[in-house]
Design a protein around this ligand. Structure first.
Ligand code: AMP
Ligand code: ZN
Length: 473
């Protein structure tokens, strides 16, 4: 298979040609949401751009298996293993159990994804489903000497690695070594950068969900879940791992440390990271409290798909600032675009040559580090080009497999309207015949009843010299 997709690999810090481990197949993993609150539109920016990557891969012919975890335990308020478990915090806020809020916010997340036309991953696995797998991996890490027990917890020993900071360059590494100076020091850690694999210590006594383990009753750390869940479904070699840039450190750094120490070989070749959606005060985050959701946009009258277009018009490697002004412009552009496609006459022939030419241009834009705004420009150019309407419509339908902007909805609605009209017409004509027969039989009560029935459906009939005429009221 031709490998023509290029995108930025955080591991090598280069835009690279994508070559999967197995020809034609892609093993892809995405860090799922922490389900203690609604996803904000910043989180959803990451999922929209990952969806774009997945659909581009499929469009150019790859067979993709995508796995996502749901974080329903172990993600603490601070990524440096301090503070409360976010799930417990959410449950307390709502006076519910952790499992109740996990279910509620998982459903809410996938509802939002549906509204944004984000494809459901092939596998979705909550962390709480995989406790035996976590325990097994931690046991192996202990056996191999990469982990140690201290104060009841199990820690990963980062000093055992030649290169722990795999995603950072030299100067960043120096900064990161000191990065945790300001958080309350965990006396149990041998090295500042060590992280928890399994918690049992009393500090977290009010933790709601706890499981038996060889080290006592406790619960897993956040990072171990992604290593285990991905391996459970994708095996020991992964092609692409995705997330937002805030996941690079410490989450993905720790995932690599655990996974490769456990496996004894390289784990994932490509790391795809989406930059943040910001508001005026900086990165949009759940903990800041004031965040924008899909439902909020809907309540203000926006079609969620317009937000998808807003994201696709910007590059995944650039921070994006949200503003209602830009969203308003996008909304107007979107309506015009869908209306334009709605006016295309699809009766004619599709020009195969032109179809191939524009499809290639569209693919070339996407394969150039997922240049989605260029791909949308190809769509606009194609609509302006001197080619048949049927070809344009076929191309719009095809591009929408990746863009997922419901581009052909206006057209489909028009066709559905036309179908309703023909169905209505045959119904009215049948009723007129029935009424004629009733009149012939001198059953005027029945004839009147038919007239009333039609009027009820908004149809007025009129007896004229040329026969019975009808119109919509
Ligand atoms: P969380 O639910 O906090 O675990 O985050 C879910 C996903 O959203 C992760 O991939 C994060 O990296 C990503 N994310 C968090 N904040 C933002 C933001 N402001 N913009 C884009 N992605 C984000
Ligand atoms: Zn993860």
């Amino acid at each position: 298979m031709e490998n023509k997709l290029y995108f930025y690999n955080t591991l090598t810090k280069k835009v690279e040609q994508f070559v999967p481990n197995e020809d034609g197949k892609v093993a892809m993993y995405t860090c799922g949401p922490t389900v203690y609150h609604f996803a904000h539109i910043g989180n959803l920016r990451s999922y929209i751009m990952e969806d774009l990557l997945e659909k581009t891969l499929r469009y150019i012919g790859y067979d993709v298996k995508r796995v996502m975890n749901i974080t329903d335990v172990g993600h603490l308020s601070s990524d440096a293993d301090t503070g409360e478990d976010k799930m417990l915090k959410g449950a307390k806020r709502e006076h519910k159990t952790v499992m109740e809020i996990a279910k509620f916010y998982t459903d809410a997340f996938f509802d939002d994804c549906k509204k944004l036309n984000i494809k459901m991953p092939d596998v979705v696995e909550p962390a709480t489903n995989c406790i035996p797998e976590f325990i097994h991996m931690i046991e192996v890490l202990l056996e191999k000497g990469f982990a140690y027990e201290a104060g009841g917890n199990i820690y990963f020993d980062t000093s055992k690695l030649k290169d722990y900071y795999v995603f950072s360059n030299q100067s960043e590494k120096e900064l990161l070594v000191g990065v945790r100076d300001d958080v309350d020091e965990d006396e149990n850690k041998r090295n500042k950068s060590d992280f928890v694999l399994w918690f049992t210590k009393s500090k977290f006594e009010d933790q709601e969900l706890k499981w038996e383990s060889p080290w006592g009753l406790g619960y897993p750390g956040w990072h171990i879940e992604c290593s285990c869940i991905s391996m459970k479904h994708l095996g020991e070699y992964m092609d692409i791992h995705c997330g937002g840039v805030d996941n690079i450190f410490p989450h993905h750094t720790n995932e690599v440390a655990q996974s490769e120490s456990y496996l004894g070989h390289k784990w994932c070749n490509y790391w795809f990271h989406v930059h943040h959606l910001n508001d005026k005060s900086g990165k949009m985050s759940k903990s800041k409290g004031d965040f924008l959701t899909v439902s909020l946009l809907e309540s203000k009258g926006y079609n969620p798909v317009v937000y998808r277009m807003f994201c696709l018009q910007s590059h995944y490697r650039k921070p994006l600032e949200f503003s209602y002004e830009v969203l308003d412009n996008m909304s107007a552009a979107y309506d015009k675009l869908v209306k334009r496609i709605g006016t295309l006459n699809t009766d004619g022939e599709v020009d195969r040559e032109k179809f191939r030419e524009y499809r290639e241009k569209f693919e070339a834009a996407l394969c150039d580090d997922l240049n989605s705004s260029m791909a949308i420009t190809v769509l606009y150019d194609m609509l302006k080009a001197d080619i048949s309407d049927a070809t344009k419509y076929a191309l719009a339908e095809s591009f929408d497999q990746v863009l997922s902007l419901n581009l052909t909805t206006a057209h489909a609605a028009k066709e559905a309207g036309a179908k309703v009209d023909t169905e209505l017409e045959s119904y009215v004509l049948a009723k007129i015949e029935e009424r004629k027969a009733a009149k012939k039989e001198k059953d005027f009560a029945k004839a009147d009843a038919i007239r009333a029935e039609l009027l009820d459906k908004g149809i007025i009939i009129e007896d004229t010299r040329e026969g019975v005429k009808w119109k919509k009221a």
